[in-house]
Design a protein around this ligand. Structure first.
Ligand SMILES: Cc1ncc(COP(=O)(O)O)c(C=O)c1O
Length: 385
């Protein structure tokens, strides 16, 4: 809850009105998009509040940052040109020689970055099985660790990690915790309230929600943390700021975040139940199913839904899975997630060799279409027409 105009408002109200920002010059309820790369200084050469150059400050980017910062209950946020730029910024900002504990079942791009660049950057990492707190405790005891990185629910099996328990454990060993919350969104989980130090989003996904923006966001609960200061510096010198047009579209997208995510959760739960027990499906991964290994923690940690992402195993291997996807009429055969349109993906084809994702796994991103139409398409894809 935040206070605006002496009213205590729900995050969904703040999102719908994009914090109520108006155009200062015209009073337009949608602030003008600011494309300028440079900003004038005063007579005494002092900088304006917004700064002097777009690589570090931009009015439209600041609007997007302010919205996500409020929705996550943070103290500062930074917008990046992609989810990967946001995810890897903390790795660049760690001191040389730092060690990280990294959950092993996460977005493959992050694992690939670590595999190819961590050593060059002078940082080391240990992978631990998502959610395995005993193993994490062992890793933390073995090596002084600067950062624990996790994703929940995590690609591509939507494994759930207990953010509160992980944060307590990490903090007791002096490590910070970063959570890639792309799939949960602040609608379902607010990691900072559960003890995490950093939240990362591929804003490309649910935050924007319309598959037409590439962007990332980092949010901190403590802007005075030295790591956060170095992350800001990294963004400035790496030049990884989000573009103004993307920031504008992202603010627009976030206005409907709560509506979209709730609808996607409702549809995904219905679809997961429909697929569970379907004769042409071997296994369904969805934390909303009681049989799912993450269900208990997810029920505690996720408020109002279990997300819009489902994965299934179909009988056979790669060819059989691709054959199923080939029959899609409504689902689009495409990578990515979190848009209003539903997607089906043979996940292993998209992932690099750093993962051991099953060849018969199909990943579904549930959109906002009629749930009956989506189920009918899945049913015919699976062989019942
Ligand atoms: C969980 C997660 N984190 C990070 C990323 C990277 O985001 P981007 O593609 O915007 O760089 C993705 C992309 O799929 C993702 O799913």
């Amino acid at each position: 809850m935040a206070k605006y105009n002496n009213m205590t408002l729900d995050p969904e109200t703040l999102a719908a009105q994009a914090l109520g920002w108006e155009d200062e010059v015209t009073g337009a309820v949608i602030p003008a998009i600011s494309l300028s790369t440079t900003f004038t200084r005063g007579d005494d050469y002092s900088a304006r509040d917004n700064g002097t150059y777009l690589r570090d400050h931009g009015p439209t980017q600041k609007h997007a940052e302010a919205v996500i910062c409020e929705l996550e209950g943070g103290t500062d946020a930074l917008a990046f040109g992609s989810g990967m730029a946001a995810c890897t910024a903390p790795f660049h900002a760690l001191e040389k020689g730092a060690h990280m504990a990294v959950s092993s079942v996460i977005y493959h791009g992050v694992l690939s970055w670590l595999k190819h660049f961590a050593e060059q950057r002078g940082i080391s990492y240990t992978l631990y099985r998502a959610g395995d707190l005993d193993r994490l405790a062992h890793v933390l005891k073995q090596k002084p660790t600067g950062l624990v990185w996790l994703e929940t629910p995590s690609n591509p099996t939507w494994a759930i990690t207990d953010i509160r328990a992980t944060s307590e454990l990490a903090h007791s060993h002096g490590a910070l915790v970063a959570v890639d919350s792309t799939v949960a969104t602040p609608v379902l989980t607010r990691p900072l309230e559960l003890g995490a130090d950093l939240v990362c989003h591929a804003a490309t996904k649910y935050l924007n929600g319309h598959s037409d923006v590439l962007g990332g966001m980092l949010v901190t609960g403590d802007a005075s943390n030295p790591l956060w200061k170095r992350i800001r510096q990294h963004r400035l010198y790496a030049g990884s700021m989000m573009g103004a047009m993307d920031a504008y579209l992202l603010v627009r997208g976030m206005r409907t975040l709560y509506l979209r995510v709730r609808r996607q959760c409702d549809s995904a739960l219905a679809i997961a139940k429909f697929l569970d027990g379907h004769p042409a499906v071997e296994q369904v991964f969805y934390p909303g199913l009681e049989s799912d290994s993450g269900h208990e923690i997810a029920s505690r940690q996720m408020q109002g839904g279990y997300g819009g992402m489902i994965s299934i195993l179909v009988p056979g291997g790669r060819d059989e899975a691709i054959e199923v996807a080939k029959r899609a009429r409504l689902f689009k055969r495409a990578t990515s997630l979190g848009g209003v349109e539903s997607l089906i993906e043979h996940r292993k084809t998209s992932e690099s060799d750093v993962t051991d994702t099953a060849q018969n796994l199909l990943r579904l991103s549930i959109g906002i279409e009629s749930v009956d139409d989506l189920m009918a398409d899945l049913d015919q894809m699976l062989g019942n027409s």
